[in-house]
Design a protein around this ligand. Structure first.
Ligand code: HEC
Length: 124
């Protein structure tokens, strides 16, 4: 019985330590952030569709997105150039952290959104 406990404990320790280093496991993913030619349709819209429009889509915003419509370009652009979009996704102290109730966006997505905003948040 004691032996079994020791074996279980040991296996637990190994399993616990092995899988928690994301950088070591996915080095290629981290380096694969392609920021050449960042454009709205190609780079930004897919991120919003996956992470934001479920609540902030034009038809969802009133009920689930606090009235903030990110599905209509003109409205999205306003939120973007005002700094609210970026503040929310980097989760700074002055904004509600987004996506609400979910994981922070990955660094690559945040970088692309920053580039797009810095270039004037164009509908390109
Ligand atoms: C589960 C629903 C939900 C999701 C998903 C979501 N939001 Fe929100 N968002 C809200 C709600 C509700 C608010 C109002 C503040 C609050 O209650 O957290 C809000 C507020 C905001 C604000 C205003 C923040 C401020 O402090 O000015 C911005 C900008 C925003 N969301 C952008 C986003 C972006 C970008 C995403 C995707 C990365 C996203 N949201 C995902 C529901 C959501």
């Amino acid at each position: 019985m004691k032996k079994l406990l020791v074996i279980l404990l040991f296996t637990g320790l190994i399993a616990g330590c092995y899988y928690d280093n994301e950088e070591a496991l996915y080095p290629v993913l981290d380096q694969a952030c392609d920021t050449t030619g960042v454009a709205f349709a190609k780079s930004i819209l897919p991120i919003l569709q996956t992470n934001c429009l479920g609540c902030h889509g034009t038809n969802q915003a009133a009920a689930s997105g606090s009235g903030i419509d990110l599905g209509t370009f003109s409205s999205l652009k306003q939120v973007a150039v005002s700094g609210r979009l970026f503040g929310a996704i980097v989760q700074d102290a002055n904004h509600f952290p987004m996506p609400r109730g979910g994981f922070k966006l990955d660094t690559c997505s945040i970088t692309k959104i920053k580039i797009w905003i810095d270039k004037g948040a164009l509908n390109n």
